[in-house]
Design a protein around this ligand. Structure first.
Ligand code: SAM
Length: 491
C-alpha cells in the first residue's frame, strides 16, 4: 500500500529509471529496518542533528527545596558565563527558584539575550541542523502535502498557510516552490496568503529576505504576514472564510516544559526548579510545595495517561515533563480550524512519542551536548514532544464550546507516523531519484544526495525518531502521508 502510494505521480516526484544501482541500494538500505552491524558505513556517518539529542543526564535534587545528590559542579554545570545566566541568577535570588519551563522560555525567547534572538543558529556552522536544512526535498514534499489538502477542500477555497516557528524560512520557501509548480497558474498566489508565527525578530528578517522573490512576483505577489506569537495570530482573525493549513516543523520541541516528580511518600507531585546561590551558581532543586504546574496533572491531557505510565513504570524516577503551552497553542489552532468555513488542517513534525515523556530537556551548542544550566541563552534548549497530549487536546477541544462562537466543523485526528513513512508515502525516494538523474550531476553531488536521503529517512538518523502527526476538520479524510490508518479517529 505504502509503496504504491509513493508513486502517485506528482510531477515533482517522478522516478527516473536511469539511476545507478548504488543509489537505489542506498535508498533500500536506509528504509529497511535498522542497518545490520556490517552495514555500509558511508551511509551511516552522521553529523550532529537534533534527532540524536537523547538520553541526556538530568541533574536534579530530590530534597525539599534544596539541592541534594550530585552537585552541579560534578555534572559540569559551572557558574553560567552568559549575560542571560547572570540575569536569571539575580532574578531568582531576588525572588524564588524558577520553573524549568520559565528558565527554558527565557533562554530561548528572551527578546535581547534569548537563543533565538541571536544571529543564525542553524546549519553546519551553527548549533544544529533541521530536516529542511538537510535537503530541499523536505520542504518540497511538505508543499506537495499542502496541495493534496487543497485538492480536498471545496473548489476555489482561499487558503491561509500558517507556519509556526519557520526558522530561516527554508521549509516554507521550498514548499512554496513546489506549490507554485503544482498549481500551474501564473496567478497561483491569488488563492494563498502566508502567515508566519515567529518569536525572533532576527529570524523574521531572515524569512522576509528568503520570501521576497515570492512577494515580488509579477501578476500579484504572495501576501505574507508576520506574528510574534500564536496568540497574536489568533487575535488578528476577524474572518474565517479561508482554509487554514498549519505547519509546525520543530516548533513544539522549543516550547517550555515543566518537569514534575512524583513523591510516593506523600502521594503528591512536586516540580523541579532552577535555584541560584549567592555566587550566581545555578542548580536544580525540587519544590517543597505543590506548584501551579502540579495542578496541570489533573488536566485531561495528562491525568490518566501519566497515572498509567507511572503504574507501568514507563516514567523512570517518577519524572514527567508536561507542556501546557503546547496545549494552549493547539487549542488556538483547533479553534481557527473549526470556525473556518471551508475547513482546515494541521501538520506537526517533530521528535517525540505518543506517550508521556519522562525527562528529555537537553542543551546543545555547536553540535555538542552540555548541561542545561551551563550557557543560558547561548545553547539551544529542546524537549521531546508528547504527541499523545496533542491528540488529547483535539479530544478536549471537540467537547468544549465557547459562548457565542459558531463552530462549522468537528475534528478528525489522523494519527502519528514516522517521518520516514510520511516522506516515503509522499514520494521522497522518487524525488531524490529525479534529482540524481538530472543531466550533469557530478559524483560528488550524487554522494551528497545519497547522504541527505539517508539522513532524512534512515531509522539510524531522523527517520523514526521524528514523527509526523496530523489533525483536520471532519470534512477532510484519507490524508496523504497517513494512510497506515484505514479510518481516521473521529472525536
Ligand atoms: C528549532 S527552530 C525550527 C525552525 C524551522 N522550523 C526548521 O525546522 O528549521 C524553532 C523555531 O520556532 C521559533 N519559536 C520558538 N519558540 C517560539 C514561540 N514561543 N513563538 C513563536 N516562535 C517560536 C524559533 O524562533 C525558531 O524559528
Amino acid at each position: 500500500m505504502r509503496a504504491l502510494a509513493a508513486g502517485r505521480g506528482w510531477r515533482l516526484c517522478q522516478a527516473s529509471p536511469l539511476l545507478g544501482q548504488s543509489f537505489r541500494a542506498a535508498c533500500g538500505r536506509a528504509l529497511s529496518s535498522r542497518a545490520s552491524d556490517g552495514g555500509d558505513e558511508s551511509f551511516t556517518e552522521i553529523k550532529i542533528d537534533r534527532s540524536g539529542l537523547r538520553g541526556q543526564t538530568q541533574f536534579y535534587a530530590s530534597g525539599e527545596g534544596e539541592s541534594v545528590g550530585p552537585s552541579p559542579a560534578s555534572l559540569n554545570a559551572p557558574v553560567p558565563s552568559t549575560a542571560l545566566g547572570r540575569l536569571l541568577a539575580r532574578t531568582i535570588r531576588a525572588s524564588q527558584p524558577m520553573s524549568v519551563a520559565e528558565f527554558m522560555k527565557q533562554c530561548l525567547t528572551h527578546n535581547t539575550l534569548g537563543y533565538y534572538s541571536k544571529s543564525d543558529v542553524f546549519g553546519a556552522s551553527g548549533d544544529f541542523v533541521t530536516a529542511p536544512e538537510v535537503s530541499q526535498t523536505f520542504g518540497e514534499l511538505v508543499g506537495v502535502w499542502c496541495v493534496t489538502i487543497m485538492h480536498k477542500l471545496p473548489l476555489r477555497s482561499k487558503i491561509e498557510l500558517v507556519e509556526l516557528g519557520p526558522g530561516r524560512g527554508t521549509m516554507i520557501a521550498d514548499a512554496l516552490r513546489a506549490i507554485k509548480t503544482l498549481l500551474k497558474s501564473p496567478r497561483w498566489a491569488d488563492r494563498l496568503e502566508l502567515h508566519l508565527v515567529e518569536a525572533s525578530s532576527k529570524l523574521r528578517e531572515m524569512q522576509q529576505a528568503k520570501l521576497q522573490p515570492f512577494m515580488d512576483e509579477a501578476g500579484g505577489g504572495l501576501k505574507v504576514h508576520w506574528f510574534d506569537s500564536v496568540h497574536a495570530y489568533h487575535a488578528s482573525k476577524d474572518s474565517f472564510n479561508a482554509a487554514p493549513i498549519f505547519l509546525a516543523q520543530e516548533f513544539f520541541d522549543a516550547l517550555p516544559v515543566h518537569q514534575l516528580v512524583w513523591d510516593p511518600a506523600l502521594a503528591v507531585w512536586r516540580e523541579k526548579m532552577v535555584a541560584a546561590d549567592e555566587k550566581d551558581q545555578l542548580s536544580m532543586v525540587v519544590s517543597r510545595a505543590r506548584t501551579k504546574a502540579c495542578m496541570y496533572m489533573d488536566a485531561p491531557a495528562y491525568k490518566e495517561r501519566v497515572v498509567s505510565a507511572l503504574e507501568t513504570k514507563a516514567l523512570p524516577g517518577g519524572c514527567v515533563e508536561i507542556c501546557p503551552e503546547a496545549l494552549v497553542v493547539m487549542e488556538l489552532v483547533l479553534d481557527v480550524m473549526r470556525r473556518s468555513v471551508p475547513g482546515g488542517s494541521a501538520l506537526v513534525i517533530d521528535y517525540g512519542n505518543g506517550g508521556p515523556i519522562a525527562s528529555s530537556v537537553r542543551a546543545i551548542q555547536r553540535h555538542q551536548f552540555q548541561h542545561i544550566l551551563t550557557a543560558p541563552g547561548e545553547a539551544d534548549l529542546t524537549a521531546d514532544v508528547d504527541f499523545g497530549a496533542l491528540s488529547s487536546a483535539v479530544d478536549n477541544v471537540m467537547h468544549s464550546r465557547k459562548q457565542g462562537v459558531e463552530y462549522v466543523h468537528g475534528l478528525c485526528e489522523h494519527g502519528m507516523v514516522t517521518q520516514a513513512d510520511f516522506l516515503v508515502e509522499l514520494g521522497i525516494r522518487e524525488r531524490f531519484q529525479a534529482l540524481a538523474a538530472k543531466a550533469g550531476t557530478s559524483e560528488q553531488e550524487l554522494a551528497k544526495l545519497q547522504k541527505d536521503f539517508v539522513r532524512l529517512v534512515s531509522p539510524d538518523e531522523m527517520g523514526t525518531v521524528y514523527k509526523a502527526w496530523c489533525t483536520t476538520t471532519d470534512n477532510l479524510s484519507n490524508i496523504y502521508g497517513f494512510s497506515h490508518r484505514a479510518e481516521p479517529e473521529r472525536t
